[in-house]
Structures are given as C-alpha cells and as structure tokens.
Design a protein around this ligand. Structure first.
Ligand code: ZN
Length: 153
C-alpha cells in the first residue's frame, strides 16, 4: 500500500545535521507512527514520503523552510534573572516552558550576564537543514476515528 493522505505510516529514521551529528533517531525505540497528510510531521518529510511503500528507504535533505523554519532573531530576548526563581543553578543550555502569549513555548537559555538572562524561543532546529535517513516500516489505512481526530491511535 502506498503512502497517501489518511494512511498511517510507521518509519524508522535517523536525523543528522550537515556536520553528521545525530539529532534524533528511532533506533532502539519504536518506529515513529503518524497520520499522513495531516501536518503531524514536518512538511518536507511528509512530501518526501508521499507515494512510498513498506520497505522503501530514502535519504532526504530538508531545508529549514520545509522543516522548523528559519531562525528569527526577534525571538531572542533578555529577561531579568528574577523570572527564574526556584532554579538553583541556572545554566546556559537549560530549557524552560514559557507562559504568556503563544504559551507553552520552549525557551532555551543562551547567555547569563549578571542579572540578565538571554532566552531564545526559536525551535532548537530552526535554521538547521535536516538530513533524514528513513525506512518505511508499515503503511496502513487509518481508522475512521483516527481520521476524525487527525492523529494516530
Ligand atoms: Zn484521538
């Protein structure tokens, strides 16, 4: 069966940046299952998988515009350290869930200077071209309920 809108697809994948570092992989885990054609995975990967079938393997490089978007400098801002009350040992690289507008956003601490903490609300993979090695493990028709919900059960 071919991958098309409203099929449930299971893939094994390894994701690397242009330097060859592994950013994410399904190795040692369950394959990733998703409902195709519903925006549940990044657009570039969804496009590359369209029409493929069980057993197919592909390597695809996806530009940021078809992945997590370009980096936006305006999403970086300096905030007072007071906002991190309760964090004993604040360090660069720590991630926090930010409330407020568009709430639920993950921000990453990118610098700490005195009372000023710089946080970056860009997706960690924004601006990064993604290199996927993918193997299609399973393709099946989605159930009526899965189609209705727009995701895999
Ligand atoms: Zn559901």
């Amino acid at each position: 069966m071919q991958i098309a809108k409203d099929t449930v697809v299971a893939i094994d994948y390894t994701l690397k940046d242009d330097q060859g570092s592994v950013l994410d992989t399904s190795e040692g885990k369950q394959p990733l299952a998703y409902l195709h054609g519903n925006g549940n995975i990044i657009p570039g990967l969804e496009q590359a998988l369209e029409g493929k079938q069980t057993g197919d393997e592909l390597s695809v490089r996806i530009e940021p515009a078809d992945a997590y978007g370009e980096r936006r400098d305006e999403l970086t801002q300096a905030v007072p350290r007071d906002l991190f009350q309760g964090v004993d040992d604040l360090q660069v690289g720590m991630q926090f869930q930010a409330g407020g507008e568009g709430g639920g956003q993950i921000v990453t601490v990118t610098a700490i200077e005195g009372d000023q903490v710089t946080v970056d609300a860009n997706h960690p993979m924004a601006g990064v071209p993604l290199n996927f090695d993918v193997k299609v493990v399973e393709v099946r028709e989605a159930s009526a309920e899965e189609k209705e919900h727009g995701h895999v059960h």
